[in-house]
Design a protein around this ligand. Structure first.
Ligand SMILES: NC(=O)c1ccc[n+]([C@@H]2O[C@H](COP(=O)([O-])OP(=O)(O)OC[C@H]3O[C@@H](n4cnc5c(N)ncnc54)[C@H](O)[C@@H]3O)[C@@H](O)[C@H]2O)c1
Length: 339
């Protein structure tokens, strides 16, 4: 049965009302908040094709009905619903198993991710206030920058609401992994689809730490190669921002990364053991409370934090240098919510 796509707050058909109630994780509901944006639209396109999704719920402050109408004409099984504006946010997230958040402004040339803090911090806080109340059991994947701070913001909001579960809130760093795998396979001539490079730390500048020594299948790098590739991966976002010359930041590769991460969460919900890197509350590295490392995912989110593994002295130096920077970003996020 095809679903008519309407804004859930306007005249709502009976069939749309039906899918607005909770789907069990055997029929997963995925909500995208910021669905009309540069990332949101191609992310919706990729998620619409994910056979694991039964209901794709699209939320934004503008343009959601058009995006949803367009996606709903694709002949895949996920049903699409549209929700526009704060009054429709609760319906968008209610019963969601996975919530992906790309809402917020992107960088322009010359900006750091931290320059986005003033606008995006409030957006993530407000969205999470509703999620913490209406969908406290959802797995929440935050794309909105600065991820190093927006994840601690989300955590503080959930703590305040009394519904925090540290296994369920993720900062999406998959794009750093995707980029590393693309660059390494280009350089070494390996099969990109089989090349795995863990990336640890955070998601900005020097906090992005590709563990090239753990590339699999095993390849070897000269020190000059490592010293060239590492900063390229750290600055890859800026490479895109500059190439887009004011038109935004990475959207297409980020949509792929976001869809890949959401698919991992959905497979984990079904009981599959999946390993992905993400930025979460973690004791993996001494002196800092949030860190991205490979994680074993399961039905409740993070099942096991796998840690940074065996690193080279070069990589250890990068990890050590990231700690004070991450602590600054984390404190800024915590202060934003707790005052
Ligand atoms: N984690 C990563 O690796 C990564 C990579 C690229 C971009 N990003 C970040 O993702 C975010 C989105 O980037 P984009 O290029 O899609 O931006 P965009 O401006 O094209 O889209 C953002 C969307 O968010 C919507 N929005 C704004 N306020 C909202 C609110 N309160 N509730 C719901 N939706 C709201 C806007 O209407 C817009 O449709 C930015 O913060 C960017 O920095 C993260």
């Amino acid at each position: 049965m095809a679903l008519p796509v309407k804004s859930a707050g306007s005249v709502m058909s009976a069939s749309l009302r039906l899918v607005a109630v909770r789907n069990s994780s055997s029929k997963p509901k995925v909500a995208v908040l910021g669905a009309s944006g540069g990332i949101g639209q191609p992310l919706g396109l990729l998620l619409k094709q994910d056979p694991l999704i039964a209901h794709l719920s699209l939320y934004d402050v503008v343009n959601t009905p058009g995006v949803a109408a367009d996606l709903s004409h694709i002949d895949s099984n996920a049903k699409v619903s549209a929700h526009t504006g704060p009054a429709e946010l609760a319906a968008a997230v209610e019963g969601a198993d996975v919530i992906v958040i790309p809402a917020g402004v992107p960088r322009k040339p010359g900006m750091t991710r931290d320059d986005l803090f003033n606008t995006n911090a409030g957006i993530v806080r407000d969205l999470c206030q509703t999620i913490a109340k209406v969908a406290p059991k959802a797995l929440v994947a935050i794309i909105t920058n600065p991820v190093n701070s927006t994840v601690p913001i989300a955590v503080e909001v959930f703590k305040k609401a009394g519904s925090y579960d540290k296994r369920r809130i993720f900062g999406v760093t998959t794009l750093d992994v995707v980029r590393s795998q693309a660059f390494v396979s280009d350089l070494k001539g390996t099969d990109a689809s089989k090349t795995v490079v863990p990336v640890v730390g955070g998601h900005a500048g020097i906090t992005i730490i590709p563990l090239l020594s753990q590339t699999s299948p095993k390849v070897s790098f000269t020190q000059p190669e490592i010293e060239k590739l590492t900063p390229r991966i750290q600055d890859a976002g800026t490479e895109v921002v500059n190439a887009k010359a004011g038109a935004g930041s990475a959207t297409l590769s980020m949509a792929l990364a976001g869809a890949r991460f959401a698919n991992s969460l959905l497979r984990a919900l079904k009981g599959e053991k999946v390993v992905q890197c993400a930025y979460v509350e973690s004791e993996a590295v001494k002196g800092v409370n949030f860190f991205s490392t490979p994680l074993e995912l399961g039905p409740n989110g993070v099942e096991k934090i796998l840690g940074v593994g065996k690193v080279t002295p070069f990589e250890q130096k990068l990890i050590d240098a990231s700690v004070p920077e991450l602590n600054k970003n984390i404190a800024k996020g915590v202060k934003f919510v707790s005052g």
